[in-house]
Design a protein around this ligand. Structure first.
Ligand code: AMP
Ligand code: MG
Length: 322
């Protein structure tokens, strides 16, 4: 089993030393837990891909302390980068920009661009500081395609065989959904992945921003249709349509819904918050709990809206049920 450590000064030093020696370490961020290695160290980067069983063409997000740290891996830092970073960093916003030649192609899935973001979680920041402001490439700390982890325990459950893995425990991830990803490498900024920084707020800052159609084929590598998925087959029910969907179900289901009274036995209800922010924070833990119930199917009641923060939630629900 991996080792879960409280984030003391000593354990942060141990984690940083492991990364400098070419190992990957799991750490908390405000979005989800990350599995990180030094961006400029191909040994650690290949560990991340091996442990996650992640396809080589799926690029990693580089985590940095601030804009000056970002510039060590970014080739051209544009005025839009400055604008977004000064307003929204540290926070759950990832910028895709041309990369520097020193970045190993393996760290960016062979692309000429790199995704960078500055996490706000204090433990992530202490780790980056301990590493002297070096960039840490970290995808979500789960096996490829599985639900992202929002608790240290989730990471340990996905990597049971990795006895050398250190997991820094930073409690429950505040937002619970992966970062918003925006591509600034073209003429018009393009939203690659919706997140807690909403499309509406990006448009308010940048003006024009292209937005994805939810089922679009692979605009960004990690946006492949089925992703962030529980192991149990999952389906969406219409808003308020849980009772009707269950009437047709001939197997026991785990049901993520807004009103548990709509769920008769032998089905099991998992109550979800009606507030978008709270829903996002609870979603991945709920999907993992639904898996653990051992039901034949998971049924998820659709959210009441697809705007603002609900856009990111609906995006993840489509991928979990694709
Ligand atoms: P993860 O950290 O597992 O949520 O995955 C990071 C995701 O960020 C990838 O799957 C892509 O969707 C996106 N990403 C990272 N780097 C790039 C890049 N250079 N160009 C486009 N998208 C990227
Ligand atoms: Mg991921």
């Amino acid at each position: 089993m991996p080792t879960i450590l409280e984030p003391t000064d000593t354990s942060i030093e141990i984690a940083a030393e492991a990364m400098r020696s070419g190992f990957a370490v799991a750490f908390p961020t405000e979005t989800v837990y990350g599995l990180g290695a030094l961006t400029l160290d191909p040994r650690g980067i290949s560990e991340v891909y091996r442990m996650k069983r992640r396809p080589a063409g799926n690029p990693l997000i580089a985590h940095v302390l601030d804009a000056p740290s970002a510039r060590t891996v970014v080739e051209s830092w544009c005025p839009r980068c400055d604008e977004l970073a000064s307003r929204l960093w540290p926070g759950p916003l990832t910028l895709v920009v041309p990369r520097r030649a020193v970045v190993p192609p393996a760290a960016v899935g062979g692309l000429e661009t790199i995704a960078v973001r500055s996490p706000s979680h204090p433990v992530a920041r202490r780790l980056l500081e301990e590493l002297g402001g070096a960039s840490v490439s970290a995808p979500s700390a789960n096996r490829s395609g599985h639900v992202s982890p929002t608790l240290a325990r989730h990471v340990a459950e996905d990597f049971t065989g990795e006895d050398d893995l250190i997991i820094l425990d930073g409690g429950r991830s505040e937002f619970g959904l992966e970062s918003t990803v925006i591509d600034l490498s073209g003429r018009v900024p393009r939203l690659l992945r919706p997140g807690t920084v909403t499309l509406e707020s990006l448009r308010a800052i940048l003006g024009e921003v292209e937005a994805p159609v939810i089922d679009a084929q692979d605009a960004s590598p990690g946006t492949a249709a089925r992703h962030y998925a529980p192991r149990t087959p999952a389906a969406l029910a219409p808003v308020g349509g849980v009772r009707g969907a269950l009437a047709d179900a001939n197997v026991p289901c785990a049901v993520l819904c807004f009103d548990a009274t709509h769920v008769p036995g032998p089905h099991t209800a998992i109550s979800m918050p009606r507030d978008a922010r709270l829903y996002a924070g609870a979603l991945y833990d709920a999907l993992r709990s639904a898996d653990a119930l051992g039901c034949a199917r998971i049924l998820i009641e659709s959210p009441p809206s697809a705007d603002g923060l609900w856009r990111a939630v609906v995006d993840r629900l489509h991928r979990a049920t694709a």
